[in-house]
Ligand binder design. Structure first.
Ligand code: KIV
Length: 272
């Protein structure tokens, strides 16, 4: 496996294609606000996804369905103000692109104009082909998303691994090829067998970014709050936690409460 790493002053959709061609893996994480995006961008991430997972992580909803276009624009514009280098991809939320291509284009234009995001991501394959084409025709880069698509959770019924059966796997491969053919610059594959994800990455010339899709793909994405351990109730097998911020923050905050109650905070040096 290549460990090539070229310096990109600013990551663009073209840089991602270059990375795939040179064998450099693409790093991608979510961010929804200025402070987190500043850290993530400064740490050298290639792509920041303003994911509709903000619906779960930031707003506490059970699914990604309730988040609105206005809320996504608010999150994305906060992220954009923080970044110097990363490519910022913004999810089109549920209900803003499925009904017709004109509405999809209007939604994508609002994201680009009002947030300053660099690209949009849409969940689905053939059923939203016309919407994706319309957005692409307006010069807006589109990232696809196949496999487990959380906006369709009520159709699936569960968050289990997708495309384990041959028929669904075939459909996924055909959708991935269609996304490449119409001009998407990358595709996210979520929670599918590693072997299938590798096959798709090998057959496509555009980058394939995986989440729960093994290491045979061209890059990885995780939800930031999960990988730094701020969340603690969501424990899928694919999630590697790099910190346990839930515990560290709880300890720090309890200490602060004790210090305030015992009047050990503020001390003489912490006052005027
Ligand atoms: O919304 C999100 O965070 C996502 C990732 C899980 C890929 O779509």
């Amino acid at each position: 496996m290549s460990t090539a790493k070229k310096e990109y002053k600013r990551v663009t959709v073209k840089s991602l294609i270059d990375m795939k061609q040179s064998g450099e893996k693409i790093s991608m994480l979510t961010a929804y606000d200025y402070t987190m995006a500043k850290i993530v961008d400064g740490a050298g991430i290639d792509v920041i996804l303003v994911g509709d997972s903000a619906s779960n992580v930031m707003a506490g909803h059970e699914t990604t369905l309730p988040i609105t276009l206005d809320q996504m624009i608010y999150h994305a514009s906060s992220v954009i103000r923080a970044i110097d280098r990363s490519l910022v991809v913004v999810d089109l939320p549920f209900g803003t692109y499925q009904s017709d291509p004109k509405e999809a284009l209007r939604s994508a234009i609002r994201i680009m104009k009002e947030s300053g995001g660099h690209a949009v991501k849409l969940e689905g394959g053939k059923e939203i082909k016309d919407s994706i084409k319309r957005i692409l025709n307006a010069g807006i880069p589109v990232m696809g998303h196949l496999g487990l698509t959380p906006q369709s959770i009520y159709k699936f019924g569960t968050y289990t691994v997708r495309a384990k059966e041959e028929e669904e796997a075939k459909q996924l491969i055909s959708n991935a090829k269609m996304l490449e053919k119409i001009g998407c610059f990358a595709v996210v594959l979520e929670k599918i067998p590693a072997e299938l994800a590798k096959q798709v990455a090998d057959e496509l010339t555009i980058p394939v970014i995986g989440i729960g899709a093994g290491n045979g793909v061209d890059g990885q994405v995780l939800v930031l709050h999960d990988m730094i351990g701020m969340t603690h109730e969501f424990n899928p097998r694919f999630l590697r936690r790099y910190m346990n911020l839930y515990e560290d923050m709880t300890t720090a905050i309890s200490q602060y409460v004790d210090d305030v109650k015992s009047v050990s905070f503020p001390n003489e040096n912490e006052q005027y």
